[in-house]
Write a protein that binds this ligand. Structure first.
Ligand code: ADP
Length: 329
């Protein structure tokens, strides 16, 4: 649905996007990640035909953004970081206006306006001036205008920026529910957002592509050794994390045990095993036979944040993940 080949954009002195290539299949929802200044907005602007690439090609729904921008645009819905709303207009009038700009009219326009109002849950503010809407509603109206012409592709730039935690959850749910009907590229610097919302990730840094893969594959690729988190508790008797650790270390195939958290009568250990060696069953048996409680046993996947740090360098990632309160939402 989207193909990008050697796409490049040079400003006067900066190469903002430097020969990036990727593709996105129909119905997918893809997180477009990178520290500030990585080139995300510039890439999106080329995909939405806002300005042409300096070199390289991109197609959206089969149309070349350079040579067939009108056709490409017809297949794209775009939500910029700040939704393009006319604050003195009523929601429904605005949606009708955008629909007309996108070539809709008559019964079809009525049908689409009713549909997007329902789909984006803005029906109850239909006749409110947009200047009086909360940020969450404004974002939903922004999404409603982006899908009014039923585009194949939706391009969303930081869609949850500036929203409160409840609005963030609602907006993410809405975006997730739009995938399938639409192919979605979502730019964000909020890593948990990608983990919760997207199937695929594209990571760029300083204009260059550094990874494009599923979250799962990235985690598998970065996990050198099998690592397991095991949460053990003891209801009776003395609880000694060091002696439990020692017992875990003696399990065949275990190469390293680190105590990650310790309470009065419970502890969490990270257990690494030799590659290809499955030790979960033996660990579980040891815990049960020793009379302890097994609270949890799960693979310790590397978080996207850790992967992002490795790929983009700690400095830029720290800057881009600590700046806003939404990161913790
Ligand atoms: P991101 O969206 O990932 O934060 P941008 O695409 O906005 O990154 O910017 C990529 C690089 O291009 C940055 O170094 C930025 O300073 C530069 N840049 C962006 N827009 C312009 C412009 N209009 N003129 C010159 N340089 C620009």
């Amino acid at each position: 649905m989207i193909t990008v080949h050697d796409l490049t954009k040079k400003y006067a002195r900066t190469t903002a996007v430097d020969h990036i290539s990727f593709s996105v299949s129909k119905g997918q929802i893809v997180g477009f990640l990178g520290p500030n200044g990585a080139g995300k907005t510039t890439t999106m602007r080329m995909l939405t035909c806002f300005f042409p690439p300096t070199a390289g090609e991109a197609t959206v729904a089969g149309f070349d953004v350079l040579t067939q921008p009108l056709e490409a645009r017809r297949h794209i819905g775009y939500l910029p970081e700040t939704p393009p709303l006319y604050l003195e207009m009523e929601t429904v009038d605005y949606l009708r206006f955008v629909g007309q700009l996108k070539g809709l009219s008559g019964e079809e326009l009525n049908r689409r306006v009713a549909f997007v109002c329902e789909r984006c849950a803005v029906g109850d503010v239909k006749h409110k001036l947009m200047g009086k809407l909360s940020k969450g509603y404004r974002q939903r109206v922004g999404l409603a205008q982006a899908i009014i012409h039923n585009p194949d592709v939706l391009i969303l730039d930081e869609p949850t920026a500036g929203l409160d935690p409840r609005q963030i959850i609602e907006t993410r749910e809405l975006i997730r529910s739009l995938a399938g009907e639409h192919t979605i590229i979502l730019s964000t610097h909020i890593l948990p957002e990608v983990e919760q919302t997207c199937e695929q990730v594209i990571i760029i840094n300083k204009g260059k592509l550094v990874a494009t893969d599923s979250v799962e594959n990235l985690q598998a690729r970065f996990r050198g050794v099998e690592s397991i988190l095991i949460d053990i508790a003891a209801r009776t008797g003395a609880f000694s994390a060091p002696s439990i650790q020692e017992r875990l270390e003696q399990v065949a195939g275990v190469s390293r045990v680190v105590c990650r958290d310790q309470q009065a009568n419970a502890a969490v250990f990270e257990v690494e095993s030799d590659k290809g060696r499955l030790v979960r069953g033996d660990l579980a048996r040891l815990v049960v036979e020793a009379g302890w409680d097994l609270n949890e046993l799960r693979p310790a996947a590397m978080s996207l944040e850790e992967i992002f740090l490795q790929l983009t360098g700690a400095e830029s990632a720290a800057a881009s993940t600590s700046a806003t309160p939404e990161n913790n939402a």
